[in-house]
Design a protein around this ligand. Sequence first.
Ligand SMILES: C[S@@+](CC[C@H](N)C(=O)[O-])C[C@H]1O[C@@H](n2cnc3c(N)ncnc32)[C@H](O)[C@@H]1O
Length: 265
Amino acid sequence: MSSDNLLTDTPELYELRFPDPGHLAARWAESVLRTHAAGPRVLDVGCGTGRDAAWLHTEAGRRVTGIDTSEAMLAHARTAHPGPEYLRADMRDFDLGRRFDAALCLDSALLYCHTNDDLDAFLTRCRRHLVPGGLLVAELRNGAYFLGRTDLLDAPRTDTVTHGGVTRTSRTTLSLDRAAQLLRRERTWTADDGSPPLTQRSAWRLLFPQELRYVLAAHGFAVLALYDRPGPRTGPAWREGDAPAATADADRLHLIARLDGTSTP
Ligand SMILES: C[S@@+](CC[C@H](N)C(=O)[O-])C[C@H]1O[C@@H](n2cnc3c(N)ncnc32)[C@H](O)[C@@H]1O
């Protein structure tokens, strides 16, 4: 899952390509945790570079554990964003032997659960690692956005980033695999250092709001909120004090769910 991905394998490049200098994602997550009175123990699932985990740990005073499948991301997190405990674990199959007050899954990490079995496995793991009444907070692409809209599919997107003296350009094309409910991504990198072009393929599961509600209920979670804006990656972006919209139509979803109070499996 984590190999053959230039961005995941080069965390510095990832942070340059997807900057979050104001720690908006972590601030949004902290605001959600505070609003819903979550305790201090937080599990960041698919923690990536560790920048959110570290902010929550050092600035918000939480006790954070981050898990990810990418050794490169974890190595970067331990040196660039110290504080939290970082462990290599697959979100579909982990056993840390303890429980948390909240689990976070930010920037569509949840959508690496491609199949229903993956989703079931992830939610089973979450349930096993949350205290009764624990929170699951996720921020992800919204499958429903693609119903009747093609703007993200019509033309490739080009981005340029310079790292280590090398300027790289990525050309990203998205396409739908409707039967599998996957948004497939093909990204071709070119660089000004003479290295050959590199094409990489990946995919996100397309999850729909009602489908999410259904699967969460099946795993003992009550959905407290599921809305499209504002969030750390919406335009306009979330600001402290903003209230969630009553809609789930735009390209991002923000999910806040609570595990039932008696759950112990
Ligand atoms: C888009 S990045 C998001 C990183 C981080 N949450 C953030 O918001 O910056 C997705 C992360 O999920 C990790 N990942 C992908 N599949 C995974 C899996 N099965 N279990 C755990 N982590 C996974 C990747 O290695 C990557 O670091």
